[in-house]
Design a binder for this molecule. Structure first.
Ligand code: FAD
Length: 417
């Protein structure tokens, strides 16, 4: 065992882990990150749609997801796939319970409040000089059928944060987005923002390193070290590292690390795809939600990114090129000629998805252990608020800065007695 005792060890250098490490170092804590991969963003945070969109914050649960799952059971290329297997049957049972209207309604409210508070911190981070690519350019959802747009519009009217939005008819939409042929309705949420997810992880980790955070790459955490039921560090293949406090932020593998502590997270992987295409001068400078196809197109200075697909079917993160082709064809509905653009990069990654649709964030009954994972399709937007909650609870301050009931996201909701 190395002699040094860190104030904090964070397991996992994705968007969640690096944000916690940076913020901890800013608060004067000696901090180390242990990462299985060879660099930051080795997991799901490598690529995403980059949306920081409180207006769209929504848990994975709900009848629309259940319906989409059922519709796509026999379709291997459906945008949302939830296929029962011996490994995920318990997860599905919990997911169905959490999709009941009352539970789902509470989860929506929680996600929206967290997302609103976190997007405000993203803005502050960008204003303080962190070049994450943050831009508040709004988000335009486009629909072929006015009836499909209705539920989004109703939902925005009920939203607790009262996001600003406008509804565009076909002519207004054609003016705003001339390439979107055949789309009837647009819903523009002007307060939403986006950033570059990988750039976020890089600049936040660079800032953390400047503040003295130690990064240990290629060093998977094997076990938490415990003495008298209190976590006192982490053992890796090479050594034991001591810490006053440990945060597990390792996405789906967090499940295995936490089981000996009595925490049984209902966490499975939700595979998603990213397809980066060469930029065109006709691309808009704001993201587009192509709702009928369930994909998002996000413009970056050097590329147009298509992101989408939710396959809750296992741990395989390989890229299926038929999926890639299907996404490009889907993107054609808004960007004609997309198929002839150069494909810069394709990628698939595994989102950590919790059965009740809410992340797992906060201190456990073990005073040396916190958890920060399970953010599903919203880990980028929720990284700053997650860090704020974890560090606040670590200091013994109850509650959450967002006004969300800490019990609704606490790891203790998954303790098996
Ligand atoms: C297609 C797609 C689109 C998305 N769009 C958005 C979006 O628009 N907005 C948004 O907010 N979110 C979006 N997301 C989700 C977001 O990318 C994820 O929620 C987020 O990246 C999760 O971050 P994380 O730090 O929890 O996990 P990860 O980035 O996976 O980080 C976990 C890290 O832990 C490491 N690790 C694992 N096991 C160990 C171990 N034993 N020891 C040490 N290290 C370990 C891994 O190597 C990994 O680097 C999207 C995701 C996808 C796939």
């Amino acid at each position: 065992m190395s002699e040094r005792t860190y104030d904090l060890i964070v397991i996992g250098a994705g968007a969640i882990g690096v944000t916690i490490a940076k913020d901890a170092a800013e608060q004067g804590l000696s901090t180390a990150i242990i990462e299985a991969g060879s660099e930051v963003g080795a997991g799901c945070s490598y690529a995403n749609a980059g949306l920081l969109a409180p207006s769209h914050a929504h848990p994975l649960t709900g009848f629309s997801s259940v319906r989409a799952g059922l519709d796509n059971i026999a379709n291997p290329y459906g945008p949302f796939r939830l296929v029962p297997s011996p490994e995920n049957v318990r997860w599905i049972a919990r997911f169905l319970l959490a999709s009941l209207p009352r539970e789902h309604g509470r989860a929506i409210d929680t996600q929206r409040r967290l997302s609103g508070a976190s997007t405000a911190i993203h803005r502050t981070m960008a204003e303080s000089g962190l070049a994450t690519g943050f831009r508040q350019a709004g988000l335009l959802d486009v629909y072929r059928e006015p009836a499909t747009a209705r539920s989004t519009i109703d939902d925005l009217h009920r939203h607790p944060l009262r996001p600003a939005f406008s509804v565009l008819n076909a002519a207004q939409l054609a003016n705003k987005l001339p390439t979107a042929v055949g789309m009837e309705v647009g819903v523009l949420t002007t307060g939403d923002a986006h950033c570059d997810g990988y750039r976020y992880v890089r600049v936040v980790s660079e800032r953390a390193a400047e503040l003295g955070v130690e990064f240990h790459f290629n060093e998977p955490a094997e076990d938490l070290i415990q003495r008298n039921n209190v976590t006192t560090g982490v053992s890796t293949e090479y050594r034991d590292l001591k810490a006053e406090h440990t945060v597990v932020a390792a996405a789906e593998p967090s499940k295995r690390l936490l089981r000996p502590s009595g925490l049984h997270l209902p966490l499975i992987n939700g595979k998603g795809y990213v397809v980066d295409l060469a930029k065109s001068s006709t691309d808009p400078d704001f993201p587009i939600g192509i709702k009928d196809e369930m994909i998002v197109a996000t413009p970056y200075p050097d590329r147009l990114r298509l992101a989408g697909v939710m396959e809750l079917t296992g741990s395989d993160s390989s890229v299926d090129h038929r999926r890639v082709g299907a996404m490009i064809r889907a993107g054609e509905s808004v960007f004609s000629g997309l198929s002839s653009r150069e494909v810069i990069e394709t990628w698939a990654g595994l989102r950590p998805c919790v059965a009740d649709g809410l992340p797992v964030v906060g201190r456990t009954h073990d005073p040396g252990l916190s958890v920060a994972t399970g953010h599903g399709q919203q880990g980028l937007v929720l990284a700053p608020i997650t860090s704020a909650i974890v560090l606040r609870q670590m200091r013994g301050q109850p509650g959450t800065p967002s006004g969300v009931d800490p019990r609704s996201i606490s790891p203790e909701r998954f303790r098996r007695r």
